[in-house]
Ligand binder design. Structure first.
Ligand code: AMP
Ligand code: GLY
Length: 428
């Protein structure tokens, strides 16, 4: 079978790595791909939001499975278009992708299906939103309803900052049409954990938990990024609690979407926050996380293509999905300056040295092949990912590999996984 993988990040390189191990997969096309996916298949110069070109390509090249990595093509209806063309697509339809594409929609689904989440109100009108904030006071969280590249959320400690965020979102249109509607939400405190599940419309199979590190600076300081590193499992949510957590946060949504006549197929990702009054859902994503996908793919001990096809065919319950018991961790190496301005074009060396350790994979993100060399071409450049017997072992191995990779202006957080070490002595 030929596979068309859509996207160009570290997540997509990790998916290609796992798909390439499947006896079911003959050839992997990646649109548009990066330096890493080029080593495992053929990159195709189609952007991830060009739905009709993607489907046209898939038909023409006998693709038997389309795998969208990022949310954008899903919110634009890639899965619907694949279905119309008779090609299995491992991802939700446009309707289901609204769980990520509209925060107001996600909150309504949570409310209707009884998922624990922050109290909230939705506004289309600036004056009404303003009056609500004036009345409620701080702290509050202001969220642009639509997709805003992870930047549409402002956690506000003061009323003034909440009013400022509202003005930027609704009046100044900082996030364009994504901010025409806002969700104003109660601020929650606690550690965050990512809980993902494969879904076939009815059945689910949960994955081990992960923790991401969103802020750019050590100690979780500075502006938010796409994610500077992740590890799995995250012992803050132990394995024994997965079934209850799935019952509280994943299954209600899967049942709700099915009841609405729109079965959810693909990955449903619940962004949880562990508050003093129990876990709550901050957001849903309708895809793998990046970088959470990298440690997950290192741990997956099953045929990813088989799982994805089973999801598309409503027979996920027939597949045996196993995970390696080890811990995996991904340390993102970025270009200095990210998430603001950063340089590109730097030549990367030491990739083979880093990967000489068979329990290390360097997943490429913002890279391309130029004149025979691998060069940096994005903010998050590499995701150095390692397996270990436990978190401290995995960290040591990952940072040893990081130190073997070199490019000018490289930056990484040195404290990835540190927040998980406090659980190290407890059994998982
Ligand atoms: P979201 O895209 O909704 O997950 O928001 C991005 C980030 O904003 C989350 O990962 C949290 O760190 C933070 N955040 C979102 N909602 C809340 C909330 N209600 N209380 C505190 N922090 C929040
Ligand atoms: N790493 C967070 C996300 O993919 O949304």
């Amino acid at each position: 079978m030929n596979v068309l993988l859509v996207g160009s990040g570290g997540r997509e390189h990790a998916l290609a790595f796992k798909l390439s191990q499947s006896p079911l997969v003959q050839k992997i096309y990646c649109a548009p791909g990066n330096g890493g996916t080029a080593r495992l298949g053929e990159n195709v110069a189609i952007k991830d939001d060009d739905v009709s070109a993607l489907v046209h390509f898939a038909v023409k090249h006998g693709v038997g499975l389309v795998v969208p990595g990022p949310e954008l093509p899903l919110t634009l209806g890639l899965a619907n278009a694949c279905r119309d063309a008779g090609i299995p697509c491992f991802g939700p339809t446009e309707f289901c992708a609204r769980l990520e594409g509209s925060k107001a929609f996600a909150k309504e689904v949570m409310l209707e299906s009884g998922v624990p989440t922050a109290h909230f109100a939705v506004f289309d009108d600036y004056a009404q939103a303003r009056a609500f904030i004036e009345e409620k006071g701080a702290p509050l969280v202001i969220k642009a309803d639509g997709l805003a590249a992870g930047k549409g959320v402002a956690v506000c400690e003061t009323k003034e900052s909440a009013l400022f965020a509202l003005e930027q979102t609704m009046r100044d249109k900082r996030f364009g049409t994504a901010g025409e509607r806002v969700v104003v939400e109660e601020m929650l405190t606690g550690e965050e954990v990512s809980f993902l599940a494969f879904c076939d419309g009815e059945n689910i199979a949960v994955m081990p938990t992960c923790q991401d590190h969103k802020p750019v600076g050590e100690g979780d300081t500075g502006p938010n990024t796409g994610g500077m590193g992740a590890f799995s499992p995250a012992s803050i949510l132990p394995k024994a609690d997965y079934p209850a957590m799935a019952e509280a946060t994943i299954l209600p949504v899967v049942r709700h979407m099915r009841a609405l006549g729109h079965p959810f197929v693909g990955v449903l990702y619940a962004g949880l926050i562990m508050t003093a009054s129990g876990p709550k859902v901050l957001e849903y994503n309708v895809r793998f996380g990046d970088p959470e996908c990298q440690p997950l793919m290192m741990r997956l001990n099953a045929d990813l293509a088989e799982i994805m096809l089973a999801c598309c065919q409503g027979r996920l319950n027939e597949v045996d999905i196993r995970w390696k018991p080890e811990t995996a961790i991904c340390v993102v190496m970025a270009a200095e300056g990210y998430p603001r301005d950063y340089p590109s074009g730097m030549v990367i060396s030491g990739l083979d040295e880093a990967e000489a350790d068979e329990r290390v994979m360097v997943f490429q993100a913002g890279t391309k092949v130029s004149g025979g060399a691998t060069v940096a071409s994005g903010g998050r450049v590499l995701g150095v990912t390692a397996l270990g017997e436990n978190l401290s072992g995995a960290r040591e191995r990952a940072y040893r590999a990081v130190d073997r990779v070199r490019f000018e202006h490289s930056y990484c957080r040195r404290d990835i996984g540190k927040k998980g070490l406090k659980w190290e002595s407890s059994s998982q």
